[in-house]
Design a protein around this ligand. Structure first.
Ligand SMILES: [Ca+2]
Ligand SMILES: [Ca+2]
Length: 178
């Protein structure tokens, strides 16, 4: 009984920070200047990065086309060779993270038959490859997949205006008919 009382007393003392101990209250660290997140990765760039099959951190064209084909076949479970727009949205959600991520099916479906074929998808990614491969060494590095944002997100998204050709007009507000 005495032992228990001593233990309780010791526990209370310990909880109080010890005899004569100072209770140190740490203030939050001084606020550091907020730096805007200027390095971002577009959904399609995330997908391309994941195509690196041999783990060298670079994506070459063979890895790209293999990866595109695998992504297509994973969604085209009926092996029809075509994705209707709903199926394309499934493809987008699975590989780009969102049904509305770019590229849109309208961009990819070049012959506008309301279906995206594997060839059309390969063709689109081939053009993306050429755009991302800024150094022209036929491999895409992670640094080439980064996007540096110094301005608000361009509504045109990842497949347009990279790199910016000209400064965007200050205001893109819709003009109302007078
Ligand atoms: Ca690689
Ligand atoms: Ca098509």
């Amino acid at each position: 009984m005495v032992m228990l009382a001593m233990m309780v007393a010791w526990a209370l003392q310990a909880a109080a920070g010890g005899e004569g101990g100072e209770v140190v209250v740490r203030a939050p660290l001084p606020a550091t200047p907020q730096t805007p997140a200027t390095m971002v990765v577009e959904p399609v760039a995330m997908m391309i990065a994941a195509f690196d099959a041999d783990g060298d951190g670079l994506v070459d064209r063979a890895e790209l086309s293999d990866g595109v084909r695998r992504s297509f076949e994973a969604v085209d479970t009926a092996q029809s060779g075509r994705l209707r727009y709903i199926a394309f949205a499934d493809w987008s959600e699975r590989w780009l993270g969102d049904r509305n991520a770019l590229p849109s099916p309208f961009e990819v479906d070049r012959d506008q038959d309301d279906q995206v074929s594997l060839d059309e998808l390969q063709d689109h990614f081939s053009r993306l490859f050429a755009r991302y491969d800024r150094s022209g060494d036929h491999r895409i590095s992670r640094s080439e997949l980064l996007t540096y944002r110094t301005a608000p997100i361009d509504a045109k998204g990842p497949t347009a205006g990279r790199p910016p050709v000209k400064p965007a007009p200050k205001s893109e507000k819709k003009r109302r008919p007078e």
